[in-house]
Design a binder for this molecule. Sequence first.
Ligand code: FNR
Length: 382
Amino acid sequence: MLACLDDLRDRARSHLPRFVFDYLEGGAEDESGLRRNLHALEHTLLLPRALRDTGRVESAVEVFGERWARPYAVAPTGFNALYRPGGDAMLARAAGRAGVPFCLSTASNMRLEAVRQQADASLWLQLYVMSDRGIAEHMLARARAAGYKVLVLTVDVAVSGRRPRDLRNGFRVPFKPSLRLAADLCRHPAWSLRQLFAPMPDFANLAAEQGARLSTQAQAALLARAMDRSLAWQDFAWLRRHWAGPLVVKGLLHPEDARQAVAAGADGVIVSNHGGRQLAAAPAAISQLPAVLEAVAARVPVFVDGGFRSGADIAKALALGATAVFLGRPFLYGLAAAGEAGVDAVFDFLAQDLERAMILCGARSPDELRGLAGLPPASTGF
Ligand code: FNR
């Protein structure tokens, strides 16, 4: 019986080989950034109002002229074929059914055109800019041609975070056979069989950019090492020349960066510490949300991600003033546990939970939640 998100997580954990679950679940360094996200949300409280007519509750929001049926969407995550072959299309279809966008990662295992073909959803593309800027330019042209709506520029991966679980498990691409890996696979026959009959995943979008020139190994190396660390706010003009649609900056925590993003022409920001996978010492995203909102002063939508595990968590971000929330791991738990139906189940849990939280808070809409959340005093020193 799947009664809540934790049940799906448990099922994902038992279905996946350890090195895959650890890749999904893990964080950087001592994983304190990961824990901080969860802890900060736990300590952010909702202050309910009583006897307000909540006969009808509506959580839809409007973002860049599009209606989202719910105020949360699927965050970009790389390597989704690890959980299920075709994982990106499964996530995108489930997002389409839920009436919200799906954001495809640069490090996806499906070509962006294939996801477009296989899913009826509003699609966003997340971009990592690598030293060879031609890769980004061409990927953007493809995304535009395929009808992707919004570009998300991730700015917190100038270098990859150090993830001890992956190092310990010897997790690398392509997989190197080892006794330990073989034992892990034997303990998870359903996953292993499913992957055996699927083409070995590669970084399909990068591969498409490089033709046959790059092996999967070289693509992985490109992703790991070739981030363009010279990228700076001035380069926004370059991006703008290649992307006319809405452009969202993901991975900001400092209010001054949010101000700068808006000044540089960003159409939105995602407050995020990358789910605790980059700089472990970074503050929780929810803790920085109020300062970023103040800096942005309602000029563009402000989104947040990191550690959201329930509808009540989502209500907290909305109550603090976020336009909407992104979630990463929860949808991956669903995907790994039960494929597309599992992703639908996560959407269902979140919808029921958010509606209940709104009713209990006396709020008929995200707007009516505003002001009903409180962060712990001095939750960060900033
Ligand atoms: C990520 N994230 C991420 N972000 C991004 O911009 N590009 C990417 O390719 C990835 N890849 C990725 C893989 C995995 C397995 C995870 C868990 C996360 C970060 C992601 O977009 C988001 O910021 C976090 O997942 C949010 O935290 P929660 O919801 O997972 O706690």
